[in-house]
Design a protein around this ligand. Structure first.
Ligand SMILES: Nc1ncnc2c1ncn2[C@@H]1O[C@H](COP(=O)(O)OP(=O)(O)OP(=O)(O)O)[C@@H](O)[C@H]1O
Length: 515
């Protein structure tokens, strides 16, 4: 091996400058690596000949080179584009480490490097390696090789060194461009998702509550947040399951990455899988474009599967695989995608009962139930009602630019006694409506305001109990009769019960006449 100088080149200096200029033009014009290298290789041919020319780029993580581009005339090529070449024991490695050209004019007499058997099999006799260096870093090497021994002159080497330095600049740009492009694509995906999230209603208020049960929940949040464990949040509708999931994500190491929410109940069965795992173009009728699924979006972040009990059984099997192996395929795709996602799920259903009824897979239940958090309904933590009331009144006073001196005493009693089937969400709506309607100076809420919402929260996810239904119905009738219980057009007659029976039921159901 030597840095070799030999006979004069027949090419004129003017031709070389022209070629360098052409190469610069090609570098400016082409960002696509194949087109670029083809253009450069054909310009190099105007000055000197070669049978193989290649660019190898260094991968610092794997400590080896990879063939990035290749132009060759040899039919059987064993070192193809994409092939790995070790740094130790290769001509590329030597050139890279010494940051200087290496010329090997008589390859058959000079065996010793990793690539030699491959190059000799292609009939190559002389090889020239040039470092691809920018001012502050080295990217890899350019090699030109010929089937003629001692093919390259000093002049060729000097010329190709100039080509290599131009090429290094362009490659540096192209590699930065690739990195920026992939970062931009990821940011774009996250941005689209976050924009959607902002449009859909959710807020980031703190979790209000001082009752022992809520404190216990918050302690669990602190314990589980820094781990990567799967969390299953259980609780009735509107108890704050999503709020708790966000708190866990915000306290975790993944907080700088997105929390991607999927409402499994809101998706039609046929679309759940494509929503979660994405689909390839043409995977099914209507799949006009490739779609990135929520799991891919949540890569390095957290996915929150709300109403997980509503997932169809086939999707449950696929979800189980992601939980076990962090892998899946897009719908209609063959490529396996690996992600790093923390899974949190929420349900207002009794999943154990669903397992018994065989509508939920037992193995998935155990995978999800690693760290269960049970959020108590509002009626089991009535001590939180006064501070929740103050919190929401404050929020809506500010929003609506109103002022109340206090909350009426009987109003507070009513709020504490009410069963809140829709939990904190229903509570918040009641306060919001009251702030709109009341003109002050105290904020008062009548029974009728509560009955309106209890009917409204009879959502399919949460059926009212018989007692709640009874309460709501009696209230409606009392409003209709203007709180007249007995007599011909009284509530008791409409309800077809004795007036005394009705009177005795009212306190039991927490119904009092508004002032
Ligand atoms: N402890 C709390 N402090 C303050 N606001 C709360 C609290 N719990 C719930 N909320 C509010 O109540 C509303 C409902 O909460 P959230 O959406 O988290 O409930 P959920 O249990 O996920 O409901 P669903 O079962 O319908 O999905 C939200 O506006 C949330 O901010």
């Amino acid at each position: 091996m030597e840095i070799h100088s030999s006979h004069d080149s027949s090419n004129t200096a003017a031709e070389k400058y022209r070629v360098l200029l052409e190469i610069t033009n090609a570098l400016v014009l082409n960002l696509d690596r194949d087109a670029l290298f083809k253009a450069i290789a054909s310009e190099i041919r105007n000055v000197t000949t070669f049978d193989r020319a290649g660019i190898t780029l260094y991968d610092p993580v794997a400590d080896h080179f990879q063939i990035y581009s290749l132009e060759t005339t040899a039919p059987p090529v064993s070192l193809q584009r994409g092939a790995d070449i070790p740094r130790e024991g290769s001509g590329m490695g030597w050139t890279f480490d010494h940051r200087t050209p290496l010329y090997r004019p008589q390859l058959p007499d000079d065996r010793g490097f990793f690539e030699d058997t491959h190059f000799l099999a292609e009939g190559l006799q002389s090889v020239l390696y040039l470092p691809l260096m920018t001012r502050d870093r080295i990217l890899g090497t350019l090699q030109v090789a010929s089937t003629i021994p001692s093919r390259y002159t000093d002049e060729d080497i000097a010329f190709l060194l100039q080509v290599a330095s131009q090429l290094a600049l362009a490659l540096d740009n192209a590699l930065c461009y690739d990195t920026i492009k992939s970062l931009r694509d990821q940011l774009h995906k996250e941005n689209v998702y976050l924009q959607e999230e902002i449009k859909s209603t959710h807020n980031f208020e703190e979790i209000i509550g001082e009752s022992p049960v809520i404190r216990r929940v918050l302690r669990s949040v602190e314990q589980v947040a820094p781990t990567d464990s799967t969390v299953l949040i259980r609780g009735e509708t509107g108890t704050g399951k999503e709020l708790i999931a966000r708190a866990i994500h915000d306290l975790s190491q993944r907080k700088s990455r997105p929390l991607v929410r999927v409402n499994c109940a809101a998706l039609p069965a046929g679309l759940v899988e494509s929503e979660l795992f994405g689909h390839e173009k043409g995977a099914f009728t209507g799949a006009l474009n490739k779609k990135i699924g929520r799991f891919e979006l949540a890569h390095q972040g957290t996915i929150f599967l709300d109403e997980v009990g509503d997932l169809p059984l086939e999707t449950q099997a696929k979800l189980l695989r992601v939980l076990q192996e962090q892998e899946f395929e897009r719908v209609g795709g063959a490529q396996t995608i690996t992600v790093n996602v923390r899974v949190m799920a929420a349900t207002n259903r009794d999943l154990k009962a669903a397992v018994t009824q065989q509508t939920f897979r037992a193995d998935l239940f155990y995978r999800l139930n690693v760290f269960p958090i049970q959020i108590p309904p509002l009626r089991e933590r009535t001590e939180d009602i006064p501070i929740l009331a103050r919190y929401f009144i404050d929020k809506y006073m500010k929003k609506m630019n109103k002022q109340f001196e206090a909350i009426g005493h009987s109003t507070m009693e009513r709020l504490v006694q009410y069963a809140w089937p829709g939990n904190v969400r229903e509570f918040e709506h009641v306060i919001e409506r009251a702030v709109i309607h009341c003109s002050g100076p105290t904020l008062d809420i009548g029974n009728e305001a509560l009955s309106v919402t209890s009917a409204a929260v009879a959502t399919p996810e949460r059926l009212m109990t018989l007692e709640e239904m009874e309460r709501s119905h009696i209230l409606k009738v009392l409003e209709l009769t203007k709180w007249v219980v007995g007599g011909p057009k009284g509530a008791a007659e409409l309800l077809n019960i004795h007036p005394n029976t009705l009177r005795s039921r009212l306190p039991k159901l927490g119904i009092t006449k508004p002032e």
